[in-house]
Ligand binder design. Structure first.
Ligand SMILES: *[C@@H]1O[C@H](CO)[C@@H](O)[C@H](O)[C@H]1NC(C)=O
Ligand SMILES: *[C@@H]1O[C@H](CO)[C@@H](O)[C@H](O)[C@H]1NC(C)=O
Ligand SMILES: *[C@@H]1O[C@H](CO)[C@@H](O)[C@H](O)[C@H]1NC(C)=O
Ligand SMILES: *[C@@H]1O[C@H](CO)[C@@H](O)[C@H](O)[C@H]1NC(C)=O
Ligand SMILES: *[C@@H]1O[C@H](CO)[C@@H](O)[C@H](O)[C@H]1NC(C)=O
Ligand SMILES: *[C@@H]1O[C@H](CO)[C@@H](O)[C@H](O)[C@H]1NC(C)=O
Ligand SMILES: *[C@@H]1O[C@H](CO)[C@@H](O)[C@H](O)[C@H]1NC(C)=O
Ligand SMILES: *[C@@H]1O[C@H](CO)[C@@H](O)[C@H](O)[C@H]1NC(C)=O
Length: 911
């Protein structure tokens, strides 16, 4: 049905009736009228013969109430229904049907508070139509408040929304009306009308003072207000329209009743309409003229003092309309100046021009709808995702969706529809039950941040390398397997790659090893940049281990069970511990009541079992000693695949009991962190207890700083900070990341090793004591450690806590800063102990004691941060020392400050 056409037809009949003098009451049909009584229970017909219906089929949010109040006119209104929307609900929308998709409609809403909630707090809120915020309603200033809009319809439904303003109360509405308007009306003289809406400010029936006119006088039910409180001037009497008056030129079809009166200027003077405006903006003005006086008037029309139309003439028997737009105004003055004969005006309208922002693309909207369904939640996504206010879980720039956060929903896969959200910069799908490969994201060229952590993803897929703008890729706590694809290194903008707690292994692509990129690898099988560490054990010489299933309760099984329980061992370990045990007790275990099956241990990734023969071959019969410690000697070894290893052989004196050794191996094999030296495997055979570690060619930090061939001068401040950060990360993992938590007990420079790229790794936590119960705050034990690094509190109380490691690490930091050993017998007695000597200087930021080779190269704030955290770490009172995590954070800051200082000097990070 062509509504406007049908109305035009009806109104044509009205005109004809008038024409032929049928002066009875004639109505246009109410076709296309929608009159909603908000919160109303029943339909009713009002005194103007307009049918009002309940709003409840057009909205599904909000609460209903009724009020009694006295209107300004003195009329008592009772049981007036209202619908209000508790503030927590941000967007509350009516869906208004609009039948012809290309016509204009008038939308009128009345908002009423009248203290219905007895809180005496009138609310303020925003009203929007489609994507446009059209006005702010503030019921403190006016109650009731009426808003009226002219809207160019482009869809079959129009959403009219009340948008809560935080802490400004609950939006409330009492009525809502939709009226079709004459085709072609309100378009003249305003460009690009398809994306502009009009908000009514004034619609005045000039020369008429006896109340306002609306339906049925105006078949479109516009309200024409009385011409009352404007500057004094003569009013015309109500003239009868001369029979010849030509109305067809008026696209807006003002009612005849309105054209019959006019405000007229008789004297040689200005006629003014001074119209205050509530909003600064652009305005649209429509003026109506009709030849109702027996003379043909001509006069000037001025707007805000500027002549807009000079010597405008009202032609005999004609009606006419003038349209003006005024940009950026806060008040409006329409004036008529006499040239000849009676300046006059019949009616005028003033509208604020409201831009309608474009909607989000339909591809985006339909993709989001599909995605909403796949989340398993009703996210309340309706209408436009971005405007007037963005949907929950979404952020926009203009009308493009740039951020989507569906964390904690029930997605099962990254469906191809995600690939349609082309403008996304941030995609957060953490904790959403994703599994399988990372896929369907390759089209998201603008993606900067991708969070897929806490899912069950198993493979990288092939999409990630096309995400050239990616800065943060968070994949931690998934089940990613295999090696890290080299193509990730091509993502030049990447600065954080979090791979923690996956099942990845092998060597990281060297292209990821760069200053600007932080790679987190904790909690994987064995993942590192070192090519010498963690290669898959593939030697054919891997021993086949015999597993014996004991049916009887022999002492051996008891041991295995105890070991397993004590270490919280996985089944694999149980097998190993028993296998090793069986190795030791080979002869005894060849008992009759056992069955045996070979197990290939090559599949156990964490640590490999070596035969003594293999060890002998690898070390060339223990030829090259690379270190000695209390436990025995360390030899350089080369495995059959060419990988260099450090082989630590316990001297007979320091041999552990079988159970302790197995426990230690179990513990060490579980610890995988890029800043901890990795256990490659072990051998327990022929009364030998041997641990095989990755070999770090750089030697120890102690060698660098204090060794006979000290290379102290090659250790710039930024390198020292990098080493400190690395070592602190390793310790942080021992204290906070590993299970069980581990206290190192012997942190010192000689236990910090460097690889070929100068990455630091902490070693020798064989002396470590695990903190077995999660609630244990300390472990009582015989004092172990190294003079100069020993926590004085631990020494006196024998209570070992993580803070003892912090103390020792503080000493390491002091060594890095001052470039000297912790105990130094040369020099004056008060410089003997590094801690006692350095503390007062560093506390006072007196940096004259800083290593000579660093002077003039460090940024003072960077040094100050490092020095202060070092001093705090060596506080005598353990409770006042920071945790290693806090130390790490400070060191990272110091490191980045120094980096940016160097960058500002134009040095490279390695300067
Ligand atoms: C009211 O409008 C209906 C059509 O909607 C019409 O049938 C009826 O005659 C009108 N009543 C009066 C009193 O005009
Ligand atoms: C609005 O209605 C909801 C349920 O329909 C109710 O829980 C809530 O208390 C109501 N709020 C007010 C302010 O009446
Ligand atoms: C709306 O009106 C236009 C112009 O008169 C017409 O072309 C179009 O078919 C109408 N659309 C509908 C859905 O009635
Ligand atoms: C509403 O109007 C009152 C009085 O003018 C004012 O104090 C209040 O800040 C306004 N509220 C908003 C949200 O603009
Ligand atoms: C409105 O549409 C015109 C063209 O029809 C376009 O130039 C203008 O940018 C649009 N304005 C907005 C705010 O979308
Ligand atoms: C004003 O309107 C009322 C009805 O609305 C009418 O009774 C009265 O006569 C009118 N007054 C004038 C001066 O036209
Ligand atoms: C009425 O005005 C229109 C254009 O403004 C014109 O085309 C038409 O002929 C006029 N009708 C009469 C009866 O003068
Ligand atoms: C105004 O226009 C009328 C008719 O168009 C003309 O007769 C008259 O001279 C004009 N007056 C002035 C002052 O320009």
């Amino acid at each position: 049905m062509l509504l406007a056409d049908s109305m035009a037809l009806n109104c044509f009949w009205v005109t004809l009736f008038l024409f032929f003098g049928f002066l009875g009451v004639v109505f246009c049909e109410q076709d296309g009228f929608l009159s909603l009584s908000c919160g109303g229970a029943r339909a009713y017909v009002d005194s103007s013969n307009i049918t009002w219906v309940s709003d409840d089929t057009y909205i599904n949010t909000g609460n209903i109430t009724t009020i009694n109040y006295v209107e300004d006119s003195g009329t008592y209104s009772s049981n007036v229904p209202l619908r209000f929307f508790p503030e927590s609900q941000r967007r509350n929308c009516y869906k208004l049907p609009v039948e012809n998709t290309s016509s204009m409609v008038l939308v009128r809403a009345q908002f009423l508070y009248k203290n219905y909630d007895r809180h005496w707090k009138p609310p303020a809120f925003l009203v929007s139509l489609g994507t446009a915020i059209t006005s702010t309603v503030n019921l403190t200033n006016k109650d009731p408040w009426i808003e009226e809009f002219i809207w160019p319809v482009s869809k079959a439904t129009l959403s009219f929304c009340l948008n809560a303003i935080p802490s400004s109360g609950s939006p409330v509405i009492s009525s809502l009306e939709v009226r079709p308007l004459p085709r072609g009306a309100y378009r003249s003289g305003i460009g690009g009308f398809s994306n502009k809406s009009l908000r009514k400010r004034y619609r005045i029936n000039s020369g008429y003072t006896n109340g306002s006119l609306r339906y049925p006088a105006d078949p479109f039910d516009r309200i024409w207000d009385a011409d009352r409180s404007y500057t004094p001037a003569h009013l015309s009497p109500a003239f009868h329209i001369p029979l010849g008056l030509n109305l067809s030129s008026l696209k807006e079809s003002p009612p005849l009743d309105v054209l019959q009166t006019a405000r007229v200027l008789a004297r040689d003077d200005f006629l003014h309409y001074n119209l205050p405006l509530d909003t600064f903006g652009d305005y649209y003005i429509v003026l109506y003229f009709a030849d109702i006086l027996p003379v043909s008037a001509s006069f000037d029309i001025l707007i805000n003092g500027v002549v807009q139309q000079s010597n405008f003439t009202i032609t005999t028997s004609e009606t006419s309309t003038l349209y003006f737009t005024q940009k950026r105004i806060t008040s409006l003055d329409i004036a008529f100046r006499r040239i000849r004969f009676y300046p006059q005006i019949s009616a005028f309208e003033v509208y604020e021009i409201v831009d309608i922002p474009p909607e989000a693309s339909s591809t985006t909207v339909s993709a989001l709808q599909v995605i909403e369904q796949s989340t398993g939640f009703d996210l309340g996504w309706q209408d436009d995702p971005c405007l007037p206010t963005p949907w929950n879980h979404i952020e926009c720039e203009g009308s493009t969706v740039t951020s989507l956060d569906l964390s904690d929903t029930n997605l099962r896969s990254i469906s191809p529809t995600f690939g349609d959200l082309l403008d996304l910069k941030i995609l957060d799908l953490h904790n959403t039950s994703l599994s399988g490969a990372i896929e369907n994201l390759d089209s998201l060229q603008y993606l900067e941040k991708l969070n897929l952590s806490f899912n069950q993803l198993t493979s990288f897929g092939s999409d990630l390398d096309s995400l050239v703008n990616l800065k943060i890729l968070d994949l931690h706590n998934n089940s990613l397997q295999g090696i890290v694809p080299a193509s990730l290194g091509e993502l030049e903008n990447l600065h954080l790659l979090n791979l923690e707690n996956n099942k990845l292994q092998g060597t990281l692509p060297p292209s990821l090893n760069r200053e600007s990129l932080e790679v987190r690898t904790l909690g994987n099988l064995c993942l590192s940049f070192s090519t010498m560490a963690c290669n898959e054990a593939t030697s054919n010489e891997t021993p086949k281990v015999t597993v014996i299933t004991n049916r009887k309760h022999t002492p051996h099984t008891r041991l295995a069970i105890i070991l397993g329980a004590a270490g919280g061992a996985v089944f694999a370990l149980l097998l190993i511990s028993r296998s090793v045990f069986l190795y030791i007790n080979k002869r005894e275990t060849e008992a009759a009541d056992t069955t045996s099956a070979p197990i290939d241990m090559r599949n156990w990734n964490a640590a490999r079992i070596f035969s003594y023969k293999e060890i002998k071959a690898a070390t060339n019969n223990f030829k090259e000693v690379i270190g000695r410690g209390g436990f025995g000697s360390v030899y350089l070894g080369k495995l059959s695949d060419g990988k260099l290893v450090a082989v630590k052989v316990r001297s007979d004196r320091t041999q552990l009991g079988a159970d302790s050794f197995i426990n230690e191996v179990h513990l060490l094999s579980k610890i995988r962190h890029q800043n901890l030296v990795c256990l490659e495997g072990f051998c327990y055979e022929s009364k030998k207890q041997i641990l095989v570690y990755e070999y770090l060619p750089g030697g120890s930090l102690a060698d660098y700083l204090h060794g006979p061939n000290s290379q102290k001068f090659s250790l710039s401040w930024v390198r020292r900070l990098k080493i400190a950060v690395d070592a602190a990360k390793g310790l942080d993992y021992l204290h906070n990341g590993s299970d069980p938590r581990i206290i190192h007990r012997d942190v010192k420079c000689s236990n910090i090793l460097l690889d070929a790229q100068m990455n630091a790794k902490v070693c020798d936590f064989g002396l470590s004591k695990q903190v077995t119960q999660s609630d244990a705050t300390h472990v009582t034990t015989a004092v172990k450690g190294t003079a100069g690094y020993l926590d004085p509190e631990y020494y006196s109380t024998k209570q070992l806590t993580e803070k003892s490691d912090v103390y020792s690490f503080g000493v390491v930091l002091l060594e890095l800063i001052c470039g000297r050993e912790p105990l130094n017998h040369s020099g004056s007695p008060d410089s003997f102990n590094l801690v006692l000597w350095a503390k007062p200087y560093l506390q006072a930021s007196a940096f004259e004691i800083v290593d000579d080779s660093l002077k003039g190269t460090f940024e003072a704030e960077s040094m100050r941060r490092a020095a202060l955290v070092a001093v705090k770490s060596v506080d005598r009172d353990a409770s006042l020392r920071p945790t290693i995590a806090e130390v790490l954070a400070e060191l990272k800051d110091a490191y980045s400050i120094q980096l940016s200082y160097l960058a500002s000097l134009g040095h490279s990070g390695e300067a």
